[in-house]
Ligand binder design. Structure first.
Ligand code: ADP
Length: 323
């Protein structure tokens, strides 16, 4: 990218310098034409005998020279503007392509890791179960870990499948009137079992009903809960609040984690986008979760926003129209 930028900048400077040089030489030519025309005028009209006529002709020549200069400046500036505009468009699209391909590369690295680590963990747990005669409690612990890892794998596969379906526009949604409160409660129970003492829930007493696809909405909610766990320290509390707000069912997932800087807030919903870079990041991920969550929520005519939590962390809020 740096190499490309340097060559591109050099080319641009060369084109602009050439344009300026052409402008200056045209102007010099115009002065030469004027000088030649003045000599001709002097040979045709004697300025001492016919001073008025001479002055009139001289003024006409000067006006023509000024018109030529104006034309060069006008055309030159238009060319410059077109060149700058074209250069900006080309540079931007190239930069976007490079960024996307870098993100896709990171994505492939992350996906390989994300797929391999639960498989390796499950294999190890199953091998331990096979090799040793463990007591019931330990057996349960290992089996629970296997289930957790297979859930992670399942979520990841679902995210990847959905992302590719969205890309090919083959995604079929199945809408039905569904109890969103129940769906969120299920996710809360599931995650509270997986991460004991991390989740706290405050749900409004009335059930909130929305028109939606249960699997998609479950995925959207799971992505938010998964992220809250991933991007906040162990033992901090993740608060879930579900309440009606005007004609919407609003779910807030608040964590006490690393938070998201203001200039990154809109970007985290882009495909493959991850805050920071691969070397400095501690957590693994694909950059697909929030992209899909955003797509799912907007397809349900809802809204998703991210805000700062106080004193630290993030609050992800999704609002879906109630029916
Ligand atoms: P992934 O978690 O797989 O990287 P996501 O699309 O779910 O992808 O999230 C995109 C990025 O947004 C993450 O890489 C992370 O940097 C940031 N992010 C998401 N959720 C949170 C959160 N609760 N707190 C802080 N950062 C977050």
């Amino acid at each position: 990218m740096k190499y490309f930028s340097a060559i591109y900048l050099l080319l641009l400077v060369y084109i602009i310098a050439a344009l300026v040089w052409w402008g200056l030489s045209l102007n010099a030519q115009s002065s030469q034409i004027f000088d030649q025309q003045l000599i001709n005028l002097r040979t045709q009209i004697d300025s001492t005998q016919q001073p008025l006529l001479f002055q009139k002709q001289l003024q006409a020549l000067e006006l023509k020279r000024a018109a030529r200069t104006k034309q060069y400046i006008g055309e030159g500036s238009t060319f410059l503007l077109v060149i700058f505009f074209g250069a900006a468009v080309v540079y931007n699209s190239f930069r976007r392509r490079i960024l996307l391909s870098r993100q896709q590369n990171n994505f492939m690295l992350s996906v390989t890791h994300e797929l391999k680590s639960p498989i390796a963990a499950m294999k190890l747990n199953l091998q331990t179960l096979e090799k040793y005669h463990l007591d019931e409690e330990k057996k349960h612990l290992l089996i629970d870990k296997c289930i957790q890892e297979s859930n992670r794998l399942n979520d990841l596969c679902n995210n990847m499948l959905l992302a590719s379906q969205m890309e090919g526009r083959q995604m079929k949604t199945h809408r039905e009137k569904l109890n969103f409160s129940e769906l969120v409660d299920r996710a809360f129970t599931d995650y509270s079992m997986r991460y004991p003492e991390r989740f706290d829930a405050q749900f409004s007493t009335e059930d909130l009903w929305v028109d939606g696809d249960p699997l998609m909405l479950q995925m959207a909610v799971n992505n938010l809960l998964e992220n809250a766990v991933k991007y906040s320290p162990a033992k901090t509390i993740i608060a879930l609040q579900l309440f009606p707000k005007q004609n919407f069912a609003t779910l807030q997932v608040s964590d006490e984690g690393v938070g998201i800087p203001d200039h990154e807030k809109a970007k985290v919903f882009q495909k493959f986008y991850r805050v920071g870079n691969e070397n400095s990041r501690k957590t693994k991920g694909t950059g697909l979760g929030l992209y899909l969550t955003h797509k799912i929520v907007t397809q349900h005519q809802g809204k998703i926003v991210v805000k700062d939590n106080q004193p630290k962390g993030s609050v992800f809020e999704i609002s879906l129209p109630v029916v």
